[in-house]
Design a protein around this ligand. Structure first.
Ligand code: NCD
Length: 339
């Protein structure tokens, strides 16, 4: 695809070579994200960061990524303080904000709302999550992380075994990640969830039609066997009618040190899009794994900045110009990143 000026709404718009392009540009962002150098390549550009659903890392990491390229960020962080609460349509908001910004990131609780917004926008729009549907930048950063983690263990994405655990019905991160993995070869997916929260039928049949193996199970310990990566998710409480309905499933599938050691191969990478639900009745990913070398969750969040920088650089067509304005960083940064 041609990234210049493109909206990023769904992983389904990517070919495998597009994913590789994003990863290559993401790699080139390391000196800037790791504060070895700074660039002003987006000096004067403005990101409209429009979040109409709770978010910490996605919003802040898109904002940091834009700042690290030298651009400025303007944002709204909830519906109550935005004009949407006065009845403004997505069309009007899009026309207005796209006059203020050079690129927009939007998160919205309704499926398809970001695509509708993009139709009226005069600038490129990135989907930062539309309800339970998709979260394409998260899928890219997850796959970028998987690639790096597995490479250090001599394993490739093609042919890998991945288990996805938890609320696979409402989890937009697993919807996007699995559909992105369709582009690769012969992957085994073990989908571990309560029956009522299983992966949408359409995604499962798309995976199978593309030649991947899909195993669906409610038996977590059994399902954990033989995987290169285990990707855990939280019960998406906000997608249920009541908290009580979500409580039925909360805490049913948990990974901790003992369960990991008993069932996972010693190399298995542990991932989670975060936030993990650390309340006692949930705790899908226990703190007792915090020091485990295969716990990749904070490498995921660090990688998210690289991948989002790459998306901005490609969409605004500056990927080849980053070095033009590069300067060394002078403030103290030792020991923050392992490079
Ligand atoms: C996820 C999301 O918002 O879909 N978080 C994120 O963006 N990293 C996952 C979640 O909220 O459970």
């Amino acid at each position: 695809m041609d990234f210049r000026g493109a909206h990023i709404l769904s992983v389904q718009q990517f070919e495998r070579e597009d994913v590789e392009t994003v990863f290559r540009v993401a790699d080139s962002m390391v000196p800037f994200a790791h504060r070895k150098q700074m660039t002003k390549v987006l000096d004067g550009a403005i990101l409209g960061n429009m979040f109409f659903e709770p978010s910490t890392r996605t919003r802040v990491s898109f904002g940091c990524a834009f700042n690290l390229l030298g651009g400025d960020v303007r944002e709204t962080t909830d519906v109550k303080t935005s004009s949407i609460s006065k009845g403004e349509s997505l069309y009007d908001t899009a026309r207005v904000i796209s006059g203020y910004s050079d690129v927009i990131v939007m998160r919205h609780p309704q499926v398809g709302a970001v695509a509708e917004f993009a139709k009226a926008s005069r600038v490129p729009v990135i989907n930062g999550g539309d309800g339970p549907n998709e979260h394409p930048s998260q899928a890219l950063l997850d796959l970028y992380t998987i690639k790096k983690e597995l490479a250090s263990k001599g394993v490739q994405i093609d042919g890998m075994h991945i288990a996805m655990v938890g609320d696979l019905k409402h989890g937009r991160t697993v919807h996007s990640l699995s559909q992105l993995l369709i582009l690769f070869d012969k992957i085994r997916f073990t989908l571990i969830s309560p029956k009522e929260l299983c992966m949408p039928e359409e995604i499962v049949s798309n995976l199978r039609a593309a030649g991947h193996e899909v195993v669906e199970t409610e038996d977590m310990e059994e399902g954990l066997h033989g995987n290169d990566t285990v990707y855990l998710t939280r019960i998406q409480e906000e997608r249920f009618n009541t908290k009580l309905e979500a409580d039925v499933y909360r805490g049913r599938f948990r990974l901790n040190q003992a369960i990991y050691t008993r069932n996972c191969q010693p190399n298995t990478v542990i991932m989670h899009p975060l936030p993990r639900d650390s309340r006692e009745d949930a705790n899908e990913l226990d703190n007792d794994l915090n020091q485990h070398p295969n716990l990749a969750i904070f490498r995921q969040t660090d990688n998210g900045v690289l991948v989002r920088m790459a998306l901005f650089a490609l969409i605004l067509d500056v990927a080849d110009r980053i070095g033009d304005t590069a300067r060394p960083v002078h403030w103290y940064t030792e020991g923050r990143f392992d490079d």
